[in-house]
Design a protein. Structure first.
Ligand SMILES: Cc1ncc(COP(=O)(O)O)c(C=O)c1O
Length: 459
């Protein structure tokens, strides 16, 4: 098959997720055919660095034989097994045991889903179920943050603070509230320090809780670093101040580690990098290095016990998916976690992150870049009309989309989030590959700058 056949077949058959469908009909798809390490290759054989690890997920890179073998072996042995009605199997138990050991939650209980959205949807339901179980039926509202991304199912999209994921879908549903996005560069007052900004945001959160009535607010959800909202690293002291407000009003902290989990921010979890104390956690993506779909929710014992009592009363704990803890996905996830350990991937990522962050920071000198921000092996490069004031472009996303196209031309797959180029390469990336990634990005930025000047887009 060639690119033009692929385009015809794609356009005739697919409804693309998270795509501008109108633009797609004009431009057609980029068809990726194979991958190896941090590289993917399109149908014409052109090589690209996967600068976003697929969708922030292929931590071990492509073509890991051990994972393919594990999947094949498990398929031969037990291709399907479920956990409904007290059934169990070895891969699910082994994975739950490993996760229990890894996460910063004492004596956690692990529930499996297939995606980050399902994990966060389950989180909402667990919080509601738990509060009913302990006799707090009024304590149900969930607070998220503007620009957060927590998924697209009805409840998880109600947590997602991005207009495009809610508009015309009749979302959010009732009882979902939003507080500030912690983006110092965009939202701080002139002269406000990171600490002061964080204090103001914590005060705003407290005001929201008090105005709503603390007895009606059940949980707060946050990604340690916001990913799909534009790679937003919280200001200094932010989570400490937020956590104090949550503790004061007895509000659970749901830690969405779907992107940050498993070595992305320099530690096993973002919770450790930012010193936060989660009550519950959502895990997905790098849990299996994206070799198969799987996600997990970890809840503490104090939530689990009342749920046991409710299920006794109701007759069943009525939540779960056919593929909760699918044995092939679970076996691949166990092997993934083993490989992280055997190959010391988190330590490797933390080490090469120094070079990554240095190259990222250097982008702030580029004439198009307002802020280059990141932590560990995640970064965002925000292009603006005027870097001296941070003034954004008149039409958000146009320059970002152009730059993403130029990156593709130069052999780098990235994603633009508005005018921010998001970077999140596989954790196995080496220093020299990081160099190559940034060389390609800089070429794209130079092309974009020339185009911005030609089109007089600075306004
Ligand atoms: C932080 C976060 N939570 C949840 C999700 C949703 O995960 P999924 O796309 O697997 O449903 C994502 C996806 O990018 C995410 O980044």
């Amino acid at each position: 098959m060639n690119a033009s056949d692929a385009r015809k077949r794609d356009l005739a058959a697919l409804l693309h997720p998270m795509t501008n469908l109108a633009l797609h009909e004009e431009r057609g798809p980029l068809m990726i055919e194979r991958g190896k390490g941090i590289y993917v290759y399109d149908i014409e054989g052109k090589e690209y660095i996967e600068g976003l690890a697929g969708l922030w997920c292929t931590a071990l890179g492509y073509g890991v034989e051990e994972l393919a073998e594990t999947a094949a072996e498990q398929m031969r042995k037990l291709s399907f097994g479920h956990l409904f009605g007290s059934k169990t199997h070895e891969p699910a138990i082994a994975l739950a045991e490993r996760l229990k050991q890894m996460v910063p939650i004492d004596n956690g209980r692990v529930f499996f889903g297939n995606s980050g959205s399902e994990a966060n949807d389950s989180q909402v339901k667990f919080v509601w179920y738990y509060n009913n179980a302990i006799g707090r039926p009024e304590k149900k509202k969930i607070i998220s943050r503007r620009r957060a991304y927590h998924g697209v199912t009805v409840a998880s999209a109600s947590l997602t603070g991005l207009p495009a994921n809610q508009r015309d879908f009749d979302l959010p549903i009732a009882n979902f509230l939003f507080t500030d996005c912690p983006h110092h560069y965009r939202d701080a007052e002139p002269g406000e320090s990171e600490e002061e900004f964080a204090s103001r945001l914590a005060a705003n959160l407290e005001k929201l809780i008090v105005d709503e009535g603390p007895d009606t607010v059940a949980a707060f959800i946050a990604e340690p670093v916001m990913g799909a909202g534009g790679v937003i690293v919280p200001p200094r002291g932010y989570f400490e101040k937020i956590q104090a407000v949550l503790d004061k009003h007895d509000i659970l902290f749901i830690d969405d580690e779907v992107i940050c989990g498993f070595g992305r921010t320099g530690n096993a979890f973002g919770a450790q990098t930012f010193g936060l104390r989660p009550d519950t956690m959502s895990l997905a993506k790098a849990l299996s290095s994206a070799y198969l779909p799987i996600s997990a929710v970890v809840i503490p014992e104090f939530m689990y016990q009342p749920m046991v009592e409710s299920s006794r009363k109701i007759g069943i704990f009525g939540h779960g998916f056919t593929y909760s803890g699918h044995p092939v996905s679970a076996a691949v996830a166990v092997r993934t976690l083993e490989l992280y350990e055997e190959r010391q991937i988190f330590a490797h990522a933390a080490k090469v992150a120094e070079h990554f962050q240095a190259r990222l920071a250097a982008l702030s000198d580029h004439a198009l870049v307002g802020e280059a921000r990141g932590v560990g092996l995640i970064g965002g490069c925000e292009m603006v009309a005027d870097p001296s004031t941070g003034r954004a472009f008149a039409v958000p996303g146009k320059v970002g989309a152009y730059c993403m196209g130029r990156c593709q031309e130069h052999g780098l797959v990235v994603r633009n989030i508005g005018d921010t180029i998001a970077l999140c390469p596989p954790l196995v990336i080496t220093e020299s590959e990081i160099g190559e990634l940034f060389d390609r990005l800089e070429r794209a930025l130079d092309d974009t700058l020339a185009w911005v000047e030609r089109e007089s887009l600075r306004g």
